[in-house]
Design a protein around this ligand. Structure first.
Ligand SMILES: Cc1cc2nc3c(=O)[nH]c(=O)nc-3n(C[C@H](O)[C@H](O)[C@H](O)COP(=O)(O)OP(=O)(O)OC[C@H]3O[C@@H](n4cnc5c(N)ncnc54)[C@H](O)[C@@H]3O)c2cc1C
Ligand code: FES
Length: 265
């Protein structure tokens, strides 16, 4: 897809039928014990066969360690172990303007979010219904430099507004993606909602921008996970309670998507 960035399609019709935008699945090699634990990956999109039947899921990943390095050597026809769909995913959009904010490989959940909220695709079984589509959908996408931009051709969806920022100015706005978000919020009187996924410092900055503009923001966390289904508590994050205290919540079952104002970042 881009520098150090790959995409894989997994043939798994059941998963493709059930999964919704922002949900994820766990993946590990079918053979051997290295790595022993699965790793989480977000749905990029579902795909169909030539007869239009939902056939599997596609995901994008950046090579960072053991499994992602191994995955670059997987070949067509290999068998892998996968379990999902997991997590809550993004809620159905409820504002007139949905702004998706992605940092780096945090763009992956927004392909399905955008396709669904533009009314181009349905997800889930039965299909989850959107009572009303947003009037506009924008993707603000920030990466270090142009060579890390992935999926721009896929994101060329009818009706999707795309704003790109690069840290080094090699493509789009020269600066951070938060500056694009601020511009969007400054110039828009509409009812706005923000969905965000990316590195933690970037998400923290987006949360601050949204809080300053009293805009609701949902964040998808990329907390490392061991089981993915609530059994090991390796994925906990601090979440504020109604009474002002906080408690740990498992990102894999109660997340990975949380309201930004609830998170103790
Ligand atoms: C819900 C969810 C969805 C995700 N979706 C995607 C996706 O669509 N595409 C994608 O590329 N990645 C995604 N990730 C992150 C992905 O799971 C990790 O990159 C992956 O586990 C790394 O596995 P590895 O075996 O290659 O690295 P490891 O060998 O496990 O680790 C290598 C290095 O990366 C660090 N690391 C591992 N996981 C993370 C993490 N989550 N955040 C920061 N550093 C980490 C380790 O501390 C270590 O330094 C997602 C994570 C979550 C929780
Ligand atoms: S990853 Fe095991 S409880 Fe969340």
């Amino acid at each position: 897809m881009a520098k150090d960035t790959w995409a894989i399609r997994l043939r798994q019709p059941d998963l493709a039928q059930q999964i919704t935008p922002g949900q994820f699945f766990m993946l590990r090699p079918a053979d051997g014990s290295d790595p022993l634990l699965g790793r989480p990956f977000a749905l990029y999109d579902t795909y169909t066969d030539e007869d239009g039947r939902l056939t599997g899921v596609e995901f994008g990943f950046v090579v960072v360690g053991k499994l992602t390095s191994l995955m670059t050597r997987w070949k067509v026809g290999d068998t892998v172990e996968v379990w999902g769909p997991l997590g809550n995913g993004f809620p159905v959009p409820s504002a007139k303007h949905l702004i998706c904010v992605a940092g780096g490989i945090g763009q992956t959940p927004f392909m399905a979010v955008a396709a669904e909220s533009l009314g181009l695709k349905h997800y889930g079984s039965p299909y989850r219904q959107l009572p009303e589509l947003p009037d506009s959908v924008t993707l603000c996408y920030g990466v270090r430099s142009q060579e890390y931009l992935s999926g721009l051709d896929d994101f060329a969806l009818p009706g999707l507004h795309i704003n790109v920022a690069t840290d080094d100015g090699s493509y789009g706005h020269h600066g951070f993606v938060t500056e694009l978000v601020q511009q969007q919020l400054d110039g828009d009187e509409q009812d706005i909602e923000v969905y965000c996924c990316g590195p933690e410092p970037m998400m923290k900055a987006v949360a601050e921008v949204c809080s300053g503009a009293s805009v609701k923001c949902w964040m998808s966390l990329e907390t490392p996970m061991a089981c993915g289904f609530g059994a090991c508590f390796s994925c906990v994050t601090k979440v504020k309670e109604d009474d002002g205290t906080w408690d740990y919540r498992r990102t894999c079952v109660e997340g990975p998507v949380f309201e930004a104002e609830r998170l103790v970042l």
